[in-house]
Ligand binder design. Structure first.
Ligand code: SF4
Length: 306
């Protein structure tokens, strides 16, 4: 069977932000090294997934103590997930603790990274407990309330012939379907940010392909701030619109020539010498890894890839 490449929401968003960035990452496949932010993001997602494995019939949490005990349980999950060795696509990978120690320059950076994730978990717990209270009022017992509060799917893989992705959570509430994406970056953008809106729309498209159902809302949960933003899907047009978007992206990225992938120095994450906002992200947390190649081009040198 002929190989058909699959596109993802992050590919489309990256291409939209800066064609050249897409070229380096997905055409040349130049790998970015792991960063504290990336590891902490995966760590948070793993805690979120593991949390819902709680057995509500065999735990010390109940209606009288859940406002404190859910926090304690989440902290226990934090410690477990931090220290256990893991697998990724069937291959063994080091624990998050070991991964972080490898990329953190010193103990201070390591502790700060853990503190940030713990804060995100605390924010998420505050939201979760608030939503749990609504379920508790209508449930016959604690176990039923917990199961009602669980997403119907976590880390749902979209298996589509041309499109791929993972929906962090699918939530069913009051006959509504909500697709939630967890954001762990410290950049706050609303649900109406173009790239996040596009990502949610594409997930809605993928979810429809998998289930035949068009979801009602997309949700962005900003873990660092404890804020959830909801976005209503345009049920009438979304499927056709996303199909057109995916097909046009295929056409636009058919070429392998660097000339067809121009630099966008206006892109908010651009950090090369020609960036239009050199002060934008000066703490280095959002450095474009490929800026060294753009700098060689700006200086008139032949680009030498690592
Ligand atoms: S440094 Fe700027 S122009 Fe170069 S790839 Fe990154 S975002 Fe694009």
């Amino acid at each position: 069977m002929a190989y058909v490449r699959k596109v993802s929401a992050s590919q489309i968003n990256m291409y939209t932000g800066c064609n050249r960035l897409y070229y380096y990452k997905y055409i040349l496949k130049l790998k970015e090294p792991s960063t504290v932010a990336l590891i902490c993001g995966s760590f948070f997602h793993s805690i979120h997934e593991r949390f819902f494995e709680l057995n509500p019939r065999d735990c010390n949490i109940n209606f009288r103590n859940y406002t404190t005990e859910f926090y304690n349980y989440a902290n226990k999950v934090f410690d477990e997930v931090l220290n256990e060795d893991r697998t990724s696509f069937g291959k063994p990978v080091p624990s998050y603790s070991k991964q972080l120690q490898t990329v953190c320059d010193d103990d201070f950076t390591y502790i700060k990274a853990l503190t940030d994730v713990k804060k995100s978990v605390k924010n998420w717990m505050a939201l979760y407990i608030m939503q749990f209270q609504a379920y508790a009022e209508n449930a016959k017992g604690f176990a039923q309330a917990f199961y009602m509060s669980c997403p119907v799917r976590n880390e749902m893989e979209i298996k589509h012939p041309k499109f791929t992705g993972f929906i962090d959570s699918v939530i069913k509430k009051d006959s509504l379907t909500i697709l939630r994406d967890l954001k762990t970056s410290k950049i706050f953008r609303s649900a109406h940010d173009d790239s996040y809106e596009r990502q949610l729309n594409l997930y809605c498209y993928g979810y429809h392909y998998m289930t035949d159902e068009i979801a009602d809302f997309g949700s962005l949960f900003y873990a660092k701030y404890g804020i959830e933003a909801l976005y209503k899907f345009d049920k009438k047009n979304i499927i056709d619109d996303m199909e057109i978007l995916i097909d046009s992206f295929y056409d636009l990225t058919e070429s392998k020539s660097i000339d067809t992938y121009p630099c966008n120095y206006n892109y908010m994450f651009c950090t090369c010498k020609a960036s239009k906002h050199p002060e934008g992200f000066k703490d280095g947390a959002f450095r474009c890894y490929y800026d060294k190649y753009c700098n060689q081009e700006i200086d008139g040198y032949d680009i030498v890839y690592d």
